[in-house]
Design a protein around this ligand. Structure first.
Ligand code: SF4
Ligand code: SF4
Length: 442
C-alpha cells in the first residue's frame, strides 16, 4: 500500500457521520460574507447597502491575482458592509445580506451546459477564477492560481486528494459516494487544462466503499482515463507533500511547490466545484460541512450556503447532546479552535466540531523525556523536540537551522508526545514572530 515516511494513527471518529447521506440545509434569514475567506488579498465589494442581489451574483471582486471573487449564496438585499467575527477570531469586513427566501438565481445557471473540451485551458482557468473557487479542504488557496503554474512547469500528474485523513471529517467521503460524476468531470477539466492522459484520485484504505464507488464510476466515465489509488490509512496522508510522495514517489525539495515536482493537487469539494463552474455556470455558493464531535446531538454532513452562521447550523441540527467544552472549525489535528459559534461558514469550513469536557481535556505538559518519538513520526524529517525548545527561547537562528519553514504544522509530534509537549502550537506562534521580525527587516 502506498504511503509516506512517519505519521501517526489517531482514532478516526468517522462512524457517526460516514454512512449518513448529505442533507441540504435551508439558508437563514441573514448571511455573512467575510471579504477575506481565502489566502491572498481580501475581495473588494462591488455592491452597497440597499442593493438587491440574486443567488449566485458577484458581490465582491478579487483584490488581486492571488485573491478570489465572492458571490451571494441567496437572493435578497445587501444590508451593509460591517465588521463581524471571522472563524479565525479576528473582526473583519463582511457583506451582510438579508435573505428574501426566494432563491432567485442569476440567469446564467439556466444556460445550456458547456462542453469543456471545446474551451481552451485559459478559458477554463478564467471560469474557475470567475467562480471564486479556492482550496476547500481548509487551505483556501485560490484555485486559478494553482492551475496557473509558471510557463516552464511541466505537469505530469493531477491528483485529487480523497485521503480525508483528519479525524471526524467525512464530507469528502460522502461527495465520492454521492457525487462521483461531478468529481470525475472536475478532474477531467483539470487534465484538459494540462493536456494529460491520466488523472489520479487518491483514497485512504479505510474507505473501501469510496474506493469501489470511484473505481466503478471511473470505469464508466468516458473521455478521460482516471486511476483510483488506494493509500495506507495514516495521518497526515492528505497533506500535499505526503500525498505527492505516496502517489508518485517524488519528493518535494524544502520550500518547493507541487508544480516543481510536476504535480497539481486538489481537494474533493474543490474539484467538484470546478465542474459546477465550468460546465454548469455555477459559482461557489455552498459547501459540504461535517457536524461532529461527542457534544453534537445529531452528527451529519450538511450542504450549507456560504455565509450561514455556525450557530444556525448547529441549532438546525438539533443542538447539543451534552455541554460543549471546545469548538473547532475543521479537524482536531489542524483545525481552528473557535471562541464562539457566531461566525459564518466560509469556503474553507470543512467541519464544525463540538467536543465535550472529557474529549477536550487539557493535559499538563511535563519536561521532555528524550524518547525521540516525535522525530520518528515527523513526516518532514524535522526535530520537533529541538524546534519546541528553540521556539520557547525565541532562538530565531536555531529555528532557521532546524528548517522551521518546512514544518507543515500537522501536529503529529504533539499527538505522539508522552510528555504532552505542545510542539506544534509553539511552532505556530514562533512562525508568526519570525514573519513579523522579517517584515520589520530584523
Ligand atoms: S514538526 Fe511540524 S511537520 Fe513535524 S510532526 Fe511536528 S507539526 Fe508535523
Ligand atoms: S516525543 Fe516529547 S518527550 Fe519524546 S523526544 Fe519528543 S518532545 Fe521529548
Amino acid at each position: 500500500m502506498k504511503t509516506f515516511h512517519g505519521g501517526v494513527h489517531p482514532h478516526g471518529h468517522k462512524d457517526a457521520t460516514a454512512e449518513k447521506p448529505i442533507v441540504t440545509l435551508a439558508p437563514p434569514k441573514e448571511l455573512i460574507f467575510p471579504l477575506s475567506q481565502h489566502i491572498g488579498a481580501p475581495a473588494v465589494p462591488c455592491v452597497q447597502a440597499g442593493d438587491a442581489v440574486l443567488m449566485g451574483q458577484k458581490i465582491a471582486e478579487a483584490g488581486g491575482f492571488v485573491s478570489a471573487t465572492l458571490h451571494s449564496s441567496v437572493s435578497g438585499t445587501v444590508k451593509g458592509i460591517e465588521k463581524r467575527m471571522h472563524p479565525n477570531g479576528t473582526l473583519t469586513d463582511c457583506i451582510i445580506i438579508e435573505n428574501d427566501g426566494l432563491d432567485t438565481p442569476i440567469p446564467e445557471v439556466s444556460l445550456p451546459e458547456r462542453d469543456f473540451r471545446k474551451l481552451s485551458p485559459k478559458e477554463c482557468i478564467d471560469l474557475v477564477q470567475e467562480a471564486g473557487i479556492v482550496g476547500m479542504g481548509g487551505a483556501g488557496f485560490p484555485t486559478h492560481v494553482k492551475l496557473s503554474p509558471p510557463p516552464e512547469a511541466t505537469i505530469d500528474y493531477v491528483i485529487v486528494n480523497g485521503a480525508e485523513c483528519e479525524p471526524y471529517l467525512t464530507s469528502d467521503y460522502r461527495v465520492m459516494l454521492e457525487n462521483s460524476q461531478e468529481l470525475l468531470t472536475g478532474l477531467a477539466i483539470m487534465m484538459h487544462i494540462f493536456d494529460l492522459s491520466v488523472g489520479y484520485i487518491a483514497i485512504e484504505d479505510n474507505k473501501p466503499k469510496a474506493i469501489e464507488a470511484m473505481k466503478k464510476a471511473a470505469a464508466e466515465f468516458s473521455g478521460a482515463e482516471i486511476r483510483i489509488v488506494p493509500l495506507k490509512t495514516k495521518y497526515p496522508q492528505g497533506s500535499e507533500k505526503q500525498l505527492i510522495n505516496a502517489v508518485t514517489g517524488r519528493k518535494l525539495k524544502p520550500g518547493a511547490l507541487p508544480w516543481q515536482a510536476g504535480c497539481i493537487v486538489s481537494n474533493i469539494d474543490t474539484v467538484a466545484s470546478i465542474a459546477r463552474a465550468v460546465v454548469k455556470h455555477q459559482p461557489v455558493i455552498r459547501r459540504i460541512v461535517t457536524l461532529g464531535g461527542d457534544a453534537m446531538k445529531n452528527p451529519l454532513n450538511y450542504s450549507v450556503r456560504i455565509g450561514t452562521p455556525f450557530s444556525y447550523i448547529v441549532e438546525q441540527s438539533g443542538g447539543f447532546a451534552q455541554p460543549p467544552k471546545k469548538f473547532l472549525m475543521g479537524g482536531p489535528m489542524m483545525g481552528l479552535a473557535l471562541s464562539s459559534l457566531d461566525v459564518p461558514t466560509i469556503k474553507s469550513s470543512s467541519a464544525i466540531l463540538a467536543l465535550s469536557e472529557s474529549s477536550a481535556k487539557f493535559e499538563e505538559e511535563s519536561p521532555c523525556v528524550r524518547c525521540a518519538k516525535c522525530l520518528y513520526v515527523c513526516p518532514m524529517n524535522l526535530q520537533p523536540n529541538l524546534l519546541d525548545k528553540a521556539a520557547r527561547n525565541n532562538d530565531f537562528e536555531a529555528l532557521e537551522k532546524l528548517h522551521i519553514s518546512d514544518c507543515i504544522e500537522c501536529g503529529s509530534c504533539a499527538y505522539i508526545c508522552p510528555a504532552k509537549r505542545r510542539q506544534v502550537q509553539q511552532i505556530r506562534v514562533v512562525k508568526g514572530k519570525l514573519r513579523n521580525a522579517k517584515a520589520k527587516g530584523n
